[in-house]
Design a protein around this ligand. Structure first.
Ligand code: ZN
Length: 156
């Protein structure tokens, strides 16, 4: 396992559309482990493959309830609305207000390439939307209402 370099906003790879994953390979498995490690190392709650320079439809998420791996994910249902601060590991130290659905249902393949359906509300729903947007080359900064603001990190 290894940490991967997180691409920052302005890197053209973050604006590209990702390709579906057709089969699990040792390389993809390694990518999943590396993305998890990279996400936890950066204290993120989600990371999409293009953020580490790989144009594949793969995201990892952990909002505090354990790791989630989503391969070729799609949103199949949404409900409600939430407005709140959102940030991105590709835009370090910044946050901005974004309105997202408050409930999101996702269909994807898991790390065993088996179909799963996952539901999320609040932060998890926001993470689903944010990370899936990355797979289509979209950044949350396009959706921010008002201005981005700096985030103060608390010392541990
Ligand atoms: Zn992001």
């Amino acid at each position: 396992m290894a940490l991967r370099t997180i691409r920052k906003q302005g890197d053209p790879i973050l604006t590209k559309k990702c390709r579906p994953i057709k089969e699990m390979t040792p390389k993809i498995r390694e990518l999943i482990f590396d993305m998890m490690e990279t996400m936890y190392d950066a204290y993120g709650v989600g990371l999409a493959a293009p953020q580490v320079g790989i144009l594949k439809r793969l995201v990892v998420i952990d909002v505090g309830d354990g790791p989630i791996v989503l391969i070729n994910p799609e949103i199949i249902e949404t409900d409600g609305e939430q407005t709140g601060d959102e940030g991105c590991l590709s835009v370090p130290g910044m946050a901005g207000q974004v309105t997202r659905p408050n409930y999101v249902k996702v269909r994807a393949l898991d790390q065993n390439m088996e179909e799963v359906e996952l539901e999320g509300t609040e932060l998890l729903a926001r993470a689903f939307c944010h990370e899936l947007d990355h797979l289509d080359g979209k950044m949350y900064t396009e959706l921010v209402e008002g201005d981005l603001h700096k985030v103060e990190y608390e010392e541990e």
